[in-house]
Write a protein that binds this ligand. Structure first.
Ligand SMILES: [Fe+2]
Length: 385
């Protein structure tokens, strides 16, 4: 049996990688890019820096900075209209997961029309949209190397998963120096998201030898460095490891898929506006504990790759160490409970059956080592309170 691996055509990795944007654009024979980003990237001068590099090659780019966190169908509409009205030959997606996910949707809708709902899973989107050069500024989502985007349908509160090679950036400029300004909360949430991508893809039913090699390398980088990046944002060694780890985790899950944590995380995010990485962090210990009996070897390998267990530890010992590490990590990174985050208890409990159905319908739980029933999902959700 063989595995189908899909990657960006160009990866530029390391300090200053974002300065390669002009060379990459030129190599793609593009001259008229639209920069898709958010207000924070403009405020931090990151958009200005990209414009300055492009100007050296005589390229003037327009900037669309109206993307929002956890993008919705209506939030991307202005970007779609801008693409339709202009003559852009490429998109530079600059920011965290939300601007990059927005750019992916805009690149497809701007070129082919229709509504976002038309492109949601199970449809596989293979049409080539406008080519995207992704420049991530967080170490977490891995969106720069995935064939997915997530757009919320605000009418139904559904986080629509959209899948296909059409959403894969043609190039990713992975520059850890852009993450040095990230505040601790974002560092923690995005870092745990990346760790979740690596762990879930490693034990996923769709895992393959290639995706697992990337996931192990990712855990090896993330495990020993997440705390360092959280406590001291200027720790370049930790930032560099987190950035590469996050990209490799993105490669891993884009080619193997995520599982139960992500399946259960999206409904929490959609209903209660908990940021993606944070809802993953809330779920990761409970879902891992639930799943370990069905993939004890795999999780033990995760523990060893993260550096919390060694080769002498039995699988059971390694998994016990993994569980204490996940709980200790949440405590040290100050991951709030749902209650502390401000979720209303009764609304949460009332919504559990719907959230369980949405989780199952997303398809992600089907990749988990054990596919849970709706009742089991509800029980895990209950346990978070
Ligand atoms: Fe994620």
């Amino acid at each position: 049996m063989s595995s189908n691996i899909i990657l960006p055509r160009i990866l530029q990795v390391g300090d200053g990688a974002s300065d390669a944007v002009l060379d990459v654009l030129t190599s793609l024979n593009c001259q008229n890019p639209l920069i898709i980003t958010d207000k924070m990237m403009v405020q931090l001068s990151y958009a200005k820096n990209i414009l300055a590099v492009l100007a050296k090659g005589g390229i003037q780019a327009d900037v669309f900075d109206d993307t929002v966190p956890e993008p919705t169908v209506s939030s991307i509409q202005a970007g779609v209209e801008k693409v339709r009205a202009g003559h852009y030959d490429s998109i530079i997606a600059l920011g965290g997961g939300s601007p990059i996910d927005s750019a992916k949707a805009i690149a497809i809708l701007g070129k082919f029309g229709g509504k976002m709902q038309d492109y949601k899973f199970p449809r596989i989107v293979n049409e080539p949209g406008l080519p995207i050069i992704a420049v991530p500024t967080t170490a977490g989502t891995g969106s720069e190397v995935t064939r997915f985007t997530i757009i919320t349908d605000e009418v139904t509160d559904e986080k629509m998963l959209c899948v296909g090679v059409g959403f894969m950036p043609i190039a990713a400029l992975v520059d850890y120096s852009l993450t040095l300004t990230l505040p601790p909360r974002t560092t923690a949430d995005t870092g745990i998201d990346a760790l979740t991508h690596a762990m879930e893809s490693f034990v996923s039913k769709k895992a393959n030898a290639y995706s697992q090699s990337q996931a192990l390398a990712a855990m090896n980088l993330i495990g020993p460095n997440l705390r360092g990046a959280y406590h001291n944002g200027n720790n370049k060694t930790a930032r560099e490891a987190m950035m590469l780890g996050s990209t490799l985790a993105g490669v891993a899950f884009s080619n193997a898929s995520v599982a139960l944590v992500h399946g259960m995380s999206r409904p929490i995010g959609a209903a209660f506006h908990v940021p993606h990485g944070l809802s993953n962090a809330m779920l990761l210990p409970a879902v891992t504990e639930f799943s370990i009996p069905y993939a004890s070897k795999g999780y033990a390998q995760c523990a060893r790759a993260m550096g919390v267990a060694n080769e002498q530890d039995s699988d059971d010992q390694a998994n016990a160490l993994l569980m204490s590490e996940l709980r200790a990590l949440n405590a040290e990174l100050q991951v709030p409970s749902l209650e502390q985050f401000g979720v209303d208890r009764q609304s949460y409990l009332d919504l559990l059956p719907v959230m369980a159905e949405q989780a199952l319908a997303s398809g992600s739980p089907a990749n988990n080592p054990i596919v849970p029933t709706s009742e089991q999902i509800i029980s895990i959700y209950r346990g978070l309170w």
